[in-house]
Design a protein around this ligand. Structure first.
Ligand SMILES: NC(=O)c1ccc[n+]([C@@H]2O[C@H](COP(=O)([O-])OP(=O)(O)OC[C@H]3O[C@@H](n4cnc5c(N)ncnc54)[C@H](OP(=O)(O)O)[C@@H]3O)[C@@H](O)[C@H]2O)c1
Length: 216
């Protein structure tokens, strides 16, 4: 797949690197530093490139949006026409000091994003884990007990592709249903962040859902 990374920071830089190492063609974009984008591309391997958001979007099958909430409008404007594209977002609708959701309960960041680009197919994925765990999950992807990763969206094909990318990173994708489920997925992410960043055991945290047979 050709994957455009819009926002090449902690999440976008690491996920883009993993996608490239997994054999995808990746364009890193949207940073204050062109040099950083070039370094990310160089380190990720031969099929990765640095580019502008427009270049990342033009040829992409999938776009990953990984920018602070305040930059969403800007990065979309720079990316240009994204009609028909699969948009995977891990961006959380956080306030400027990153302490609380600015959209919740009756909507979600993912739904607001979908409203901004109605001709694209938005899937919410990857926001429920901290960036610090991504490389470890990728390295351990051949283990049987993969960690779970919840995702949601309204377009079946876009969800199939997102689930494939989730598998490529090393998670077990858990389909949480339509995009409006992001209303629950995004607050869940704040719980994960609390456990990752306020606990004593470090931020490299993932989660796993187990199913059991019901007993009387
Ligand atoms: N970090 C996590 O563990 C985590 C987990 C789940 C969800 N999220 C969510 O994922 C999204 C991205 O988080 P992150 O931690 O990856 O953020 P980050 O490290 O700050 O990365 C954001 C990227 O956007 C770029 N950027 C920001 N403002 C820009 C501007 N004005 N012009 C050009 N480039 C600009 C940054 O540029 P530079 O390269 O110059 O910094 C960086 O590449 C956020 O919505 C966050 O809530 C993060």
């Amino acid at each position: 797949m050709r994957i455009g990374i819009l926002g090449s920071g902690l999440m976008g830089g690491k996920l883009g690197t993993i996608f490239a190492r997994g054999g995808h063609d990746v364009v890193f974009s949207y940073s204050h530093s062109e040099k950083k984008l070039e370094r990310l591309a160089r380190d990720a391997g031969a099929i990765a490139h640095a580019g502008t958001p427009r270049e990342a979007a033009e040829s992409a099958d999938v776009l990953l949006i990984a920018v602070p909430w305040s930059r969403i409008a800007d990065v979309l404007q720079q990316a240009g026409d994204v009609s028909g594209k699969i948009i995977v977002t891990c961006s959380m609708p956080m306030n400027d000091d990153d302490t609380d959701l600015v959209i919740a309960h009756s909507s979600s960041g993912a739904e607001e994003l979908a409203r901004m680009i109605p001709d694209a197919h938005v899937v919410s994925a990857f926001c429920t884990v901290p960036s610090e765990v991504l490389f470890a999950v990728f390295e351990l992807r051949d283990t049987e007990r993969r960690p779970s990763l919840v995702y949601c969206g309204d377009n079946k094909h876009a969800k199939t592709i997102a689930a494939q990318l989730i598998r490529d990173v090393g998670f077990d994708p858990v389909d949480a249903g339509p995009l409006r489920m992001a209303r629950y997925l995004e607050p869940f992410t704040l719980l994960i962040a609390q456990l990752a960043y306020e606990g004593d055991e470090g931020p490299a945290l993932a989660y796993r859902f187990e199913r059991f047979e019901e007993r009387e």
